[in-house]
Ligand binder design. Structure first.
Ligand code: FE2
Length: 564
């Protein structure tokens, strides 16, 4: 039984393939087309999944898609009609857009469906929930999904048992914590629906000065639901109007939005801190109510908001659940996994037999392909006897090294397949990595990859965090030794590296520890700002050549720049 899942369409399109209950391949379209957050039909991603499994289109039995088009269109157009008195032109344009979008979506999904396959449209939030629960280590779990908007739901709660998922309630548009956080992102001069992690990174530099007041914008109801006081917002009637997604009332209270490129002032930092605290406190309250209702020890989360690792860390520390699982691609791309598993279990009735412990389900390239790319690049390279130790020596000398190994990760994080590594003990390393390759905002922290068996010594409460989706406090005694990965609030977004799952990466970090005394390296994604993470060896070599990366460990080879 071969089931193809399609995630995303408005943005972050992706495909994943489940064969006989095993997840054999998955990739986001952006990595193949090189257009960040690429939407539309993920044709190249589908082609990759088929090729990786050695299948033809007519070998696919079922295709699952991430949204129910009729439900989405009916609800959204009906809502726009209610908004005609407030904004007639926008409402009419939006309704027309919905009709066109819907027709295109159906056409594109049909075009991805091979001759023998059955096409299924799945409901968005249950599919998000399935994308975490059905590949989690738990037989039963409470489920929480929070995003911008699905067909109509924006926040959804449920319970999973075996292969079965039950809904327990939802919050619907225009009430959306995801839209609120995106609107704050836009207000702070960053790109909505893309740069939310910048708000999260900025938050620890501020004080939650506006927290109490923002609770009048997003209001917690009795129990676990919330609503937005729409007098503060414009997204429900006319998004992107004069002051972004907030009304004149909001601007009078909090001041004009920051324009991109303007200085980040203290009030911006305070707004980020206030919004982050509000998000964390509200989700914590929701999670407590969900725990009381489900009595489960386990929680699975998905949706774009579940990528907020500062929030996730707090849920782990302060929330009632013993275990929390967030799938590495918890945004719309990862829904591809959810729909594929939902359909697989529905079609076969088989129990679960797969647990997603590893995000590396994307393209990989042979030794011949890597060597051919190196030869045609004209760059100097060697084949060291011990690549891991040679790389560790370079890192210990303060070099910045590209680390390109095996299959690409699914999801937004680089986890040791398409990474840039550096020494986390050097105080100037954050600025150096930023200056020579990443060119990103100075307030954003870099993350560590740490030997799994050593993580709990250094990061409080951290036993296992393979997907870098939880923030942990760095133990007081380690903070000064790890300036390049310790954020201003004393936390770090940790990846734990398991010796059995990632022997080469584990060996490299161990060799680094022998030289520098810390069992971790700084790990950031292998790309420059604004571009997707590199996929092919040629892309890795171009990024290496065009930036200040000192060396590149690619497959079994080590490319070195002059004087390194
Ligand atoms: Fe979503």
């Amino acid at each position: 039984m071969n089931v193809l899942g399609i995630g995303g369409y408005s943005h972050d399109s992706a495909a994943a393939l489940v064969c006989d209950g095993q997840l054999v391949a998955g990739v986001a379209e952006e990595r193949l087309t090189r257009v960040k957050h690429q939407g539309g039909a993920p044709r190249e991603a589908v082609a990759y999944c088929l090729e990786a499994a050695g299948l033809k289109p007519d070998d696919i039995d079922h295709v699952g898609c991430y949204m129910k088009p009729g439900f989405r269109m009916a609800r959204r157009i009906a809502y726009r009609i209610t908004q005609i008195p407030r904004s007639p032109i926008y409402s009419a344009v939006y309704a027309g857009y919905e009709l066109i979008h819907n027709a295109r979506y159906i056409r594109d999904m049909r075009s991805l469906c091979g001759p023998g396959a059955e096409l299924h449209y799945m409901e968005h939030h249950p599919a998000h929930a399935a994308s975490a629960f059905l590949v989690s280590p738990f037989d039963e779990a409470a489920l929480l999904t929070i995003d911008y908007i699905g067909e109509w739901a924006t926040t959804w709660r449920g319970k999973g048992e075996g292969t079965h998922i039950d809904a327990l309630g939802s919050v619907n548009y225009p009430h959306s914590l995801g839209v609120f956080y995106s609107a704050i992102t836009d207000y702070l001069g960053f790109m909505r629906a893309s740069d939310e992690y910048k708000v999260m990174g900025l938050a620890p530099y501020g004080e939650p000065e506006y927290y109490d007041d923002l609770k009048k914008v997003v209001c917690m109801n009795e129990g676990a639901d919330y609503h937005i006081d729409l007098s503060w917002t414009t997204w429900q009637s006319r998004p992107g109007s004069r002051h972004g997604y907030f009304s004149d009332k909001f601007i009078e209270r909090y001041g004009l939005p920051r324009i991109e490129g303007e200085e980040v002032e203290q009030r911006h930092k305070n707004m980020a801190a206030s919004a982050q605290k509000l998000l964390e406190d509200y989700v914590l309250q929701m999670v407590r109510a969900l725990h009381a209702k489900t009595k489960s020890k386990n929680l699975c989360m998905a949706g774009g908001v579940a990528l907020n690792c500062a929030m996730n860390g707090r849920l782990l520390r302060e929330g009632p659940f013993e275990n929390i699982y967030v799938q590495p691609a918890s945004g719309d791309d990862g829904i591809a996994i959810g729909v594929a598993y939902q359909l697989f279990h529905e079609a076969t009735g088989e129990p679960r037999s797969f647990e997603m412990q590893d995000a590396r389900i994307g393209p990989e390239f042979s030794d011949e392909a890597i060597r051919a790319a190196l030869d045609s690049s004209g760059l100097y390279y060697e084949r060291p006897d011990d690549l891991e130790t040679s790389t560790a020596e370079l890192l210990a000398k303060g070099r910045i090294v590209g680390w390109y190994q095996g299959r690409m990760e699914f999801g937004p994080r680089a986890l040791g397949s398409r990474s840039i590594l550096a020494d986390p003990t050097l105080a100037d390393m954050k600025d150096r990595v930023n200056n020579v390759v990443k060119h990103r905002e100075s307030f954003r922290p870099f993350a560590p990859s740490c030997l799994r068996e050593r993580a709990s010594e250094i990061f409080e409460g951290c036993d296992d965090s393979p997907f870098m989706l939880f923030v942990y406090p760095v133990a007081e005694s380690w903070r000064e030794r790890l300036p390049a990965i310790t954020h201003v609030d004393g936390t770090a977004r940790v990846q734990t590296v398991d010796a059995n799952l990632m022997p080469r990466f584990h060996k490299l970090i161990s060799a680094f520890e022998e030289r520098r005394g810390v069992p971790l390296v700084l790990n950031t994604s292998f790309n420059v700002m604004g571009e997707p993470i590199v996929n092919t060896p040629e892309e890795a070599l171009n990024c290496y050549r065009g930036t200040g990366i000192d060396a590149l460990a690619i497959g079994d080879y080590l490319a070195l720049k002059k004087g390194v």
